[in-house]
Design a protein around this ligand. Structure first.
Ligand SMILES: NC(=O)c1ccc[n+]([C@@H]2O[C@H](COP(=O)([O-])OP(=O)(O)OC[C@H]3O[C@@H](n4cnc5c(N)ncnc54)[C@H](O)[C@@H]3O)[C@@H](O)[C@H]2O)c1
Length: 325
């Protein structure tokens, strides 16, 4: 027998949601979902990787309240305020950040997350940590289900992020077991969509930038390696399900639709009507052959089904990238 399915609230009027990292790509969409449901949303950010522009729509909404701060130094005072839900989403996440700002990444996932968990304890708020598929490291099993404990190099170039998130998961679990905080953990797989940083260094922004400028699209190896991409609004819906579920152990979230890199490149050229050609470059060491989330656990307790297909999602992302130029 399966688990009972989560029933999502129709409205969150009268509730307060705190979103750490509000000016970022995924978090700004989380803020939009919750103001749309009538909740008051308090956003925190220090703009280390997020932008004011990501808040433009939100700032005109009276339910949105922004407070600039660096969450690993201190949080603003919330004295006299209720908080019902906390989303811990403040962390630089792009590979380009790992060598530039590793200290920020380690501190926000440790000290920053601890400040947020203390606040959750004080306010009796439900807490959701945005962890990552990177906690699986360079996995020895495919696909990764949540009980796989990972294969991570603690001193490798990605360690600041991978181990930072593993520490955040560990700390959530300790706050749950020792302080009774209601914690939720999502492990996010590749996500794309509007407000993604155009210089983020990942495959979709790279291909779109190249196609937009009619430059050759660089595919590593023969392009038969596969990736799965989740459109941001689908990802946020999955986070919403987990937040409102009773499941307090980690849950993979993403879109299991799988494409080869070569298919993705051709798709982008086609969607954009670009004149770009495809060139093949040597395959980097450790480039994974396959990456695809196993979302069986998420679907065991929710009606989650990704709604946005790759073509439609790419079109929206391309529109956004064009508006940034
Ligand atoms: N985008 C993905 O594919 C992906 C995959 C796995 C996990 N995640 C996780 O989801 C969350 C959001 O990721 P994103 O891709 O939207 O990244 P993002 O960089 O766009 O958003 C993170 C936001 O947090 C803010 N921030 C960082 N450190 C801060 C600090 N010390 N104080 C206050 N604000 C701070 C940044 O300025 C930014 O606005 C992160 O926790 C990330 O690790 C994202």
């Amino acid at each position: 027998m399966g688990m009972e399915k989560v029933i999502l609230p129709k409205s969150l009027e009268g509730k307060t949601v705190l979103v750490a990292g509000a000016a970022g790509f995924v978090p700004s969409h989380v803020c939009e979902l919750y103001v749309g449901l009538g909740a008051k949303v308090i956003g925190l950010d220090n703009f280390v990787t997020g932008t004011e522009a990501n808040l433009t729509g939100l700032k005109s909404n009276s339910l949105f309240d922004f407070r600039e701060c660096n969450i690993f130094e201190s949080l603003p005072s919330f004295s006299g305020e209720n908080i019902d839900y906390i989303f811990s989403l403040a962390s630089p996440a792009s590979p380009v950040d790992f060598s530039k700002i590793p200290m920020d990444i380690m501190r926000v996932n440790s000290e920053g997350t601890r400040f947020l968990l203390e606040l959750a304890k004080e306010k009796k708020a439900r807490f959701l940590e945005a962890s990552t598929s990177e906690v699986y490291g360079d996995p020895e099993v495919h696909p990764q289900t949540e009980d796989y404990v990972g294969h991570v190099n603690p001193i490798g170039p990605r360690a600041c992020y991978d181990e930072g998130k593993r520490f955040a998961e560990a700390m959530c679990t300790v706050y749950k077991n020792f302080h009774g905080v209601e914690t939720r953990i999502v492990r996010i797989f590749n996500t794309y969509g509007p407000r993604m940083r155009p210089d983020d260094g990942r495959v979709i922004p790279n291909f779109i930038n190249q196609a937009m400028n009619d430059q050759d699209i660089s595919v590593y190896g023969d392009g038969s390696q596969t990736r799965s991409f989740c459109f941001v609004t689908d990802l946020v819906q999955a986070m919403h399900y987990v937040m409102h579920s009773p499941v307090d152990t980690p849950v993979n979230i993403g879109n299991p639709d799988e494409y080869t890199i070569l298919e993705a490149a051709k798709f982008i050229i086609d969607v954009m009507g670009s004149n770009s050609k495809i060139t093949h470059l040597p395959l980097p060491k450790d480039d994974p052959k396959k990456r695809r989330p196993d979302i069986t656990k998420l679907q065991s307790f929710s009606d989650y089904v990704p709604q946005v297909g790759f073509r439609e999602g790419l079109l929206e992302t391309v529109e956004f990238f064009k508006s940034c130029v």
